[in-house]
Design a protein around this ligand. Structure first.
Ligand code: FAD
Length: 332
């Protein structure tokens, strides 16, 4: 079967450090933290892979954040990200160095990149994972992800093919913190791509005006209880310098864009403060926010399940409570 390999030849956990204009995507540092755990469990090394033009600073940061070795492919051809050169360079590195596990952020870039790499290397790729573990007896990667539209969780393992690849949702793991005293090796790898691998061209980069809610320290979320009027939720979020999020119910009603949905089929957020306004607390919503440091629930039903998970609960009408809180905060 194509791609069947001697699995004994493969070792180490690799993390792809996604970067744009020399700045790493936060999910890369999240994966480095998880990758460190997995590598320690397997008794193997954690290797980070950085591609770009002038990215040595990211290699140093990756060492500080837990990598044993960083492979750097530095060339102007890697700026900006294009699937052709990135995919081909990565294919070469996999064939040269045989990583056992490869972790990639489930961002737009990461999803594109992972597919480009998995196909030519015949790797097993599990997309959009929310949990990663190592199977104790075999050392195989156990990649968990929602399936059947979020009705069930699947655990997927890749038995015969290598590397075992996974894309992982941003926000599900805490980012690795830098330790300036950590030591590791930075290895410049041979760049094997040229213009012939550039089958597409970046004409213009348009950055949308939606801030990623997974990066926010404060998230104020509205649910069906808003009845489509997100004004009080938006005002409270603005007063706190936070982002607005929503339940699937609110998204499906067309009250707010899907990029702001929190939950099993939306995004995972872990802000310092999550304020749930007019949200009942369904398990599928909780799954995307219950690791927030402090949860405040505003609901007019004292029996709403969200209160079981909230650190602070306010029983009342969100159309009264949110403006009152906003006013208090603005007075400070
Ligand atoms: P409701 O459950 O209708 O709750 C509205 C709440 O607002 C009620 O508790 C009510 O008491 C309160 N309220 C009403 N008026 C006021 C007021 N004036 N002031 C204060 N409180 C008020 N949901 C998600 O959010 N994210 C997901 O990713 C997600 N994925 C799903 C995947 C699957 C496979 C399935 C089956 C469901 C999924 N859901 C998801 C849907 C989820 O099950 C719930 O239906 C949804 O979260 C409910 O949204 P809600 O809390 O806004 O609405």
């Amino acid at each position: 079967m194509p791609g069947e390999v001697d699995t004994e030849d493969y070792a180490d956990v690799w993390v792809f450090i996604e970067q744009h204009d020399g700045e790493a995507a936060k999910v890369s540092w999240e994966l480095l933290a998880k990758g460190r755990e997995l590598a320690d469990e397997k008794g193997e090394r954690l290797v980070a892979l950085v591609m770009g033009d002038s990215v040595t600073h990211l290699a140093e940061e990756a060492i500080e954040r837990g990598a044993d070795e960083v492979l750097v492919a530095e060339d102007p051809i890697f700026e900006p990200y294009l699937p052709g050169p990135y995919g081909e360079q990565f294919r070469y590195l996999v064939e040269e160095r045989h990583p056992d596990v490869v972790l990639i952020g489930g961002s737009h870039t990461g999803r594109d990149f992972a597919g480009r790499v998995a196909v030519p290397t015949y790797a097993g790729l599990t997309a959009d994972c929310t949990e990663l573990d190592i199977e104790p007896d075999t050392g195989l990667l156990l990649a968990k992800r929602p399936t059947f539209g979020g009705d069930a969780m699947a655990t997927i393992k890749c038995v015969e093919h290598r590397p075992q690849m996974a894309t992982v949702r941003p926000g599900v793991f805490d980012a690795a913190q830098p330790d300036p005293d950590r030591e590791g090796t930075i290895t410049e790898v041979e760049v094997v791509v040229d213009e012939s691998h550039q089958r597409s061209r970046m004409i213009e980069r348009v950055v949308g005006d939606i801030t990623d809610i997974t990066d926010a320290n404060v998230v104020v979320a509205g649910g069906y209880g808003t009845e489509g009027d997100f004004g009080p939720v938006e005002d409270l979020a603005a007063a706190l310098g936070g982002e607005v999020a929503a339940t699937r119910e609110a998204v499906e009603e067309g009250w707010i864009e899907a990029a702001r949905q929190v939950g099993q089929t939306g995004k995972t957020v872990k802000p310092d403060l999550y304020i749930a306004c007019g949200i009942s607390g369904a398990i599928q919503h909780l799954e995307g926010m219950n690791d927030s440091k402090t949860i405040v629930a505003i609901n007019d039903d004292p029996n709403a399940p969200i209160f079981d998970d909230a650190d602070y609960g306010i029983v009342g009408d969100l159309f009264e409570i949110c403006p009152a809180l906003t006013e208090l905060i603005e007075q400070k």
